[in-house]
Design a protein around this ligand. Structure first.
Ligand code: GDP
Length: 139
């Protein structure tokens, strides 16, 4: 059965452009409830650890530099079928391929600076949420 929680980040490009409020509005209007939320800035070391699964990819160093270049907002979200429905709401990794009306289509500026993160499985949602939030920082 699909889980009911996912994990997101509003990435440095979207935060820096002042789009956090508009993105959170779209997330809530799509039926997701915010269960934990934090404004923070990743060090390169922490960004590298978060994206360790991409270590061998050619864009890893760029991704780590970008994700540690400015503040991000991390959040745990709740909704039935959360992981799949949130991936639909954010759209494809590359905004050029993202469907009309998706968060990335509206706010992303490149395949790297793509406005938001969304977990790709229930297992990763739990791992990624735990990267930022203790049990006592969730409602
Ligand atoms: P996601 O699950 O849609 O976020 O995509 P991936 O897990 O494949 O990639 C993780 C993140 O790495 C993406 O959200 C982008 O920020 C970045 N990324 C992915 N592909 C590329 C690429 O080809 N070049 C660069 N510079 N960054 C990329």
């Amino acid at each position: 059965m699909a889980g009911n929680r996912t994990f997101t980040m509003i990435k440095p490009d979207a935060y820096g452009a002042g789009n956090s409020g508009a993105i959170l509005k779209m997330i809530e209007e799509a039926g997701f409830a915010i269960k934990a939320m934090k404004l923070t800035k990743l060090t390169a070391e922490k960004a590298g650890a978060f994206y360790a699964v991409h270590k061998e990819r050619p864009f890893y160093n760029d991704l780590v530099n970008y994700m540690s270049s400015g503040p991000i907002i991390a959040a745990i979200l709740e909704k039935d079928n959360a992981v799949e429905d949130f991936r639909k709401l954010i759209g494809a990794t590359n905004p050029a391929d993202a469907a009309e009306g998706t968060i990335r289509k509206i706010f992303a500026t490149s395949i790297e600076a793509n406005a938001v993160h969304g977990s790709d499985s229930d297992e990763n949602a739990e791992i990624e949420g735990s990267f930022y939030f203790s049990q006592f920082e969730r409602v």
